[in-house]
Design a protein around this ligand. Structure first.
Ligand code: IPE
Ligand code: IPE
Ligand code: MG
Length: 241
């Protein structure tokens, strides 16, 4: 892995599990199973290479609309994942976070997610943010409502609302802006992923399907990111000086 990852927040839209399975004449759910293995490898790799934060899109609010068998398979897979990865997450000093409407996750799985968050809250290594039942617009909507309540009760005045106020009320306020967004499977869209924090992210799209995404592919994305010039509105000359 290239150097200098300690300050990076990478986000991944893990896409293409269904197509990976279809290509092999297998049911879609086996694509999700294979995708779970990829995720495990990428997380270990990110933690070993001191990445600051990794946000992964595991299940969107819109994904509830999928056939009920697929949704329940994904929930079971999540449950299994948490159990199997528990010690690897805690042993690797990973701080586990969840973004999304966890109230919709089945109770047993939700309870283990909450316990893992609590068990790892003092860890200082990789911040692993799993987006589950997640919608970027809902995150912003919830944030607006929380702020409006504070204004209503007199705790906050409208003129004191700043960007920091918004960040305070997003899911997991400690998560920094995203530096690099990777999306697999050739789709080139954001699909309602972390809208606020993606504002100035570099975008990297690859045709590789998620189950085929290796640490080498991850490296390729980082190398490409390192070549990008992040101007944040300034000129090239200003950036170099
Ligand atoms: C991504 O793979 C995983 C989830 C959305 C849960 P898909 O299931 O979207 O795979 P494709 O896009 O159908 O190939
Ligand atoms: C986005 O993938 C959500 C996840 C990766 C979990 P989808 O496959 O659901 O996205 P769209 O609907 O094709 O944009
Ligand atoms: Mg998809």
């Amino acid at each position: 892995m290239p150097e200098g990852l300690e300050n990076l927040h990478v986000a991944i839209i893990m896409d293409g599990n269904g197509r990976w399975a279809k290509k092999r004449g297998m049911p879609r759910v086996l694509g999700h199973k294979a995708g779970g293995k990829t995720l495990k490898n990428i997380i270990t790799y990110a933690a070993e290479n001191y990445l600051k934060a990794l946000s992964i899109f595991a299940f969107s609010a819109e994904n509830w609309l999928r056939p009920k068998e697929e949704v329940s398979f994904l929930m079971d897979l999540l449950d299994e994942y948490i159990i199997n990865e528990w010690s690897s997450i805690t042993d690797n000093n990973i701080k586990f976070l969840v973004s999304g409407n966890v109230n919709l996750i089945p109770e047993k799985t939700r309870n283990s997610l909450l316990k893992l968050i609590d068990d790892t809250k003092n860890n200082t290594g990789l911040m692993l943010n799993m987006a589950l039942s997640y919608s970027g617009q809902e995150e912003i909507l919830e944030c607006v409502k929380k702020i409006a309540h504070k204004v209503n009760s007199g705790e906050l005045s409208v003129d004191d609302i700043s960007k920091e106020t918004i960040i305070e009320h997003l899911y997991n306020k400690e998560l920094p802006e995203i530096d690099l967004l990777i999306r697999t499977s050739g789709e080139q869209r954001i699909s309602n992923f972390m809208l606020w924090r993606l504002s100035y992210a570099e975008l990297y799209f690859t045709d590789v399907l998620w189950p085929d995404f290796t640490s080498d592919e991850f490296n390729k994305a980082i190398i490409e990111y390192n070549k990008r010039v992040r101007r944040f509105g300034k000129t090239d000359e200003q950036i170099k000086s």
